[in-house]
Design a protein around this ligand. Structure first.
Ligand code: G3H
Ligand code: ZN
Length: 299
């Protein structure tokens, strides 16, 4: 049930829930995303972020996602996350993604801001190609960044008028906005700019996307969804589940090995014994997010 994410996200917006977009980096994380969605009966987006190109060829990861997707019985989209250039977006279009993000807020280095005009230019070129192929386009205006204390860091938050102008100038399908979330873990409790979100949602008709979903308190997530967020991105939370479980497993196996060594036996190296519970832990973390997003039971 592979489809464009536009339909999934539109249904979510209408139904006042959000579709989770979960990052896959290897076979185990991809399998965990599919199994969590099937267990929860939840629509979802599985995404590959551009920086994963440094780790694996996207063709290989995409092929296994496609193969797993053939037996999925819940609707899903395959999405490029944070595509930073026209060329990378075209590479993923050729692969067959049904959805992509052109992140024109930053230059290709992922650090230096692009000007409004530069963002519009690259976003528009990607949108023309993607729409010609029926592929959904997400873009970004404003930047991710933490809000320090009670003070809003104004220049990082999305400006409602600018967001409205950007959508009119680019004709994209969904928009990632800066409302105080950030990628990775938060220092302390994040302060989400709900008032700003409300203003952006009033200015822009298309569904809005929350990046940096890991660590945002459940009540903030629910409130943001009620105000117009219809896609929530989760990556770090999956990595944390992976890391914590691998560590537990390795420690357990080290004890086993010590006993085997002491009794003069032979160690058995079965990495599947480590990766099976690790995959289950990632899946459980995703199931939990699907419940909070309200997408569970919507497939
Ligand atoms: O694009 C991916 C996300 O925004 C993930 O953010 O790693 O904080 O969950 P996260
Ligand atoms: Zn992101």
């Amino acid at each position: 049930m592979l489809m464009a994410s536009k339909e999934l996200v539109a249904a979510a917006r209408a139904g006042k829930y959000a579709v989770g977009a979960f990052n896959a980096v290897n076979m185990e994380s991809a399998q965990a995303i599919f199994s969590a969605a099937e267990e929860s009966r939840s629509p979802f987006i599985i995404q590959i972020t551009q920086t994963t190109l440094k780790y694996t060829e996207p063709e290989e990861l995409f092929a296994l996602i496609r193969a797993r997707g053939e037996r999925a019985d819940v609707p899903f989209a395959i999405h490029l996350d944070h595509g930073r250039s026209f060329e990378v977006c075209m590479r993923f279009l050729r692969l067959g993604v049904t959805s992509l993000m052109i992140d024109g807020s930053l230059q290709e280095d992922g650090k230096t801001p692009r000007s409004y005009e530069e963002n519009v230019d690259v976003t528009r070129r990607v949108r023309e190609a993607a729409h010609a192929m029926g592929v959904t386009v997400e873009a970004e205006i404003g930047r991710l960044g933490q809000i320090s204390g009670e003070e809003e860091v104004g220049d990082q938050l999305t400006v409602p008028d600018e967001a409205a102008r950007f959508v009119a100038d680019t004709d994209v399908d969904m928009l990632a906005i800066g409302i105080g979330t950030t990628h990775g873990l938060y220092k302390g409790t994040p302060h989400i700019a709900h008032e700003r979100l409300k203003e952006v949602a009033a200015a822009v008709a298309i569904p809005l996307v929350m990046h940096g979903g890991t660590g945002v308190p459940d009540e903030d997530v629910r409130r943001a969804i009620s105000l117009g967020i219809a896609k929530v991105n989760i990556d770090t939370q999956i990595r944390v589940a992976f890391y914590d479980t691998i560590m537990d497993q390795v420690h357990g196996i080290e004890k086993e090995f010590a006993e085997v060594d002491a009794s003069g036996g032979v160690r058995k190296y079965d990495i599947r014994k480590i990766l099976t519970p690790t995959r289950e832990a990632m899946s459980a973390a995703i199931v939990n997010r699907m419940e909070v997003f309200g997408s569970a039971g919507k497939a």
